[in-house]
Design a protein around this ligand. Sequence first.
Ligand SMILES: [Zn+2]
Length: 448
Amino acid sequence: MAGKFYEAPIDEYLPQNGNRGYRVSRYELELSYRVAGNRLTGRATITAVTTATHPRFALDLAQALTVAKVFVNGTKAAKFTHQHGKLVITPQQRIPAGGALSVVVLYGGIPKPVRGPWGEVGWEELTEGALVASQPNGAASWFPCDDHPSSKASYRISITTDSPYYALANGTLLRKQTKASQTTWVYEQPEPMPSYLATIQIGHYRKHRIGSVHAPVPMQAILPARLRANFDHDFARQPKMLEVFTEKFGPYPFEGYTVVVTDDELEIPIEAQGISIFGANHCDGRRGAERLVAHELAHQWFGNSLTIRQWRDIWLHEGFACYAEWIWSEAAGGPTADQLARAARHNLSRQPQDIVVGDPGPRRMFDDRVYKRGALTLHALRLELGDSTFFNLLREWTIRYRHSSVTTEEFTDLAGHYSLVPLRPLWESWLLAEPLPQLPPHGGASIA
Ligand SMILES: [Zn+2]
């Protein structure tokens, strides 16, 4: 799209998403949702600072939702158009660069998921209730936003829905108020969050605590009563998992952690900020999905606290979360990370070697080979550095870049400080070339 503010895309993987000319610092969403009929109405207040002087600016918002009114910096209605997923707003007065921008959008409709190469993402109706799983570009299915992972902001999400339902959003529950047949739930998420990790979960759920009341990180679960016994068994080791990850990765980055199990089956579990969402099928009473319980928990460090600036660096989320599965297996007395890495390498060696993990392309960014080879990259690094140096590096990584945006280069630069030998050959062979490298022999290259 040629034009005054449609400059180069923010991200070449999702050229339609993200916007220039401003930086959002806060979203305040006041939503109302009718489960019967899947009807959403919303008032979004977006606080931003302009980074350039433009006559117009855009927000991402799906066409399934209709905008009634927009206000900019005050009470007078602003002009807008809403086409091709872009809400383009023309303020009455031009706002100079560095100026404060407060935008109120009144909107509503019947939300539906965004369809793309990654399936359907965003707001999804359940048999009874709704869920939001937006990675990578589903956030615009339920609120107007600057839909790009490099755009992180604080949130207040208020959701009003029919009283028998439990409604969850990111952050801490500030208050809950029931009036007649409707209940309003207000959540505050103070740590910065990218739009794709913002979520709402609505269902016939009950809440209960996981682990000790004195645990350093409060953990809770919301799920249908019928799954309680299975859940208690399948997620029993999650507090131990948190302990292991805190030791290996550094302090847990948020105030709490909530696991949601939906009454419906889900193809895959998904992470949100401070929350992970599993399907009833992941709660089989036999710990059949414990690998994924570890994977989703690890995303709180890798993906949610440290979020990639560009989608091409997706291995910084998925490779790390996959490696956390192996770390957990080892800590829990199962196969060691080294055994799992060698098995994963063997499997990969029998698949096409036509993927570059450091830049897999938009269609293949969630390809399992990115996950596995990303994890193998970390294992190769661990063998190179030795265990204690490797985990010192991971802890510095999560502490130094806590709650911010990251790139592969920032990780490889930091890793360079932990190595006596140049790591460039390792990054080039694992991240930038297609042929699958050999893993060094176990313990062979350790300098620890
Ligand atoms: Zn993942």
